[in-house]
Design a protein around this ligand. Structure first.
Ligand code: ATR
Length: 278
């Protein structure tokens, strides 16, 4: 059986094996997909052992996306290079090739929700790896502008500047500032939470008055209950608030496509995961 796995630390909570098993069943592709727990300083060894056992592809999660980027240096997709991180490794011609499907997963989920990205003013909250990873697909989806805000404003400004230096999608201006700045220009059509604040069950400290009529809020985190960010958004008048379960399924679908050349249908898988969260 063709072998795949998700590698991380911790990894026990990962839903990727379930998702890929459902995609495999749907598309009739026989495969085995495991969880790999690697020591924090043992990524390269764990990956080498996986190849020795016949491994063909890896999804990479916290804290190894930068290690995976280094491992695939010279064999990175443009998505991976722009994201500065790799979440999908493919073993081809005796080497690992790196891609990043997180941003594509987000955009596909936003479209599934019926959001119009073309011409949208987007407020991106957070300036870490999760935020950086979605800039290219958002810009390429035709957003009118993207403003990045962060608790540490300098990081948002640096991320915006480094994005502008990349020269990609110059038709979408990308700027950076502080969380409080977000108020200076209300009227956002889409506010995306890419911070880790949800891990403490908290929402980022955003000012009120952000949402344009009909605007949406999207949290990259997910849970059984609406997240703190979703609750904040609804209280602030967002017309729609969604969590990131669909992004998780979307990034998995894109990885599946890279590995197997077939596009699975994310809808039934998302429905099954949502049911299992209850
Ligand atoms: P990731 O790769 O998941 O993006 P990261 O690089 O550690 O992780 O970035 C975490 C992001 O969440 C940062 O933007 C961080 O803000 P700072 O740069 O100011 O640290 C943000 N973050 C974490 N906890 C937060 C909180 N309670 N409120 C607001 N932002 C928070």
């Amino acid at each position: 059986l063709a072998r795949y796995a998700v590698i991380g630390n911790p990894i026990a909570h990962s839903r990727s094996p379930q998702i890929h098993a459902m995609f495999a069943e749907q598309t009739g592709k026989p495969l085995r997909y495991d969880r790999l727990l690697a020591p924090v300083d043992g990524f390269a060894d764990a990956v080498a052992a996986f190849v020795a056992e016949g491994g063909l592809g890896l999804n990479v999660t916290v804290p190894f996306k930068l290690d995976a980027y280094a491992l695939a240096a010279g064999r990175l997709s443009s998505r991976a290079r722009l994201a500065g991180a790799v979440n999908t490794l493919s073993w081809r011609d005796g080497a690992w090739h790196g891609c990043n499907t997180d941003g594509v997963g987000l955009v596909s989920d936003l479209l599934r929700l019926g959001l119009r990205l073309a011409g949208a003013s987007v407020l991106l909250v957070g300036a870490g790896g999760a935020a950086r990873g979605v800039l290219q697909p958002l810009a390429e989806a035709g957003c009118a502008r993207i403003h990045i805000v962060n608790r540490t404003a300098s990081k948002a400004e640096e991320l915006a500047a480094s994005w502008r230096d990349s020269g990609v999608s110059p038709q979408t201006p990308v700027t950076g500032g502080s969380l409080a700045d977000a108020a200076l220009a209300g009227g956002w059509n889409l506010v995306i939470n890419a911070t880790a604040s949800g891990l403490q069950n908290a929402a980022p400290d955003l000012p009120p008055g952000l949402y344009a009529p009909g605007a949406a809020a999207y949290d990259m985190m997910y849970g059984a209950q609406p997240t703190a960010f979703m609750q904040q958004a609804q209280a602030d008048g967002a017309a729609l608030a969604a969590d990131g379960l669909g992004m998780l399924v979307g990034q998995a679908a894109e990885s599946f496509y890279i590995w197997h050349g077939v596009r699975p249908d994310p809808a039934p898988v998302l429905a099954a995961l949502r049911e299992a969260l209850k």
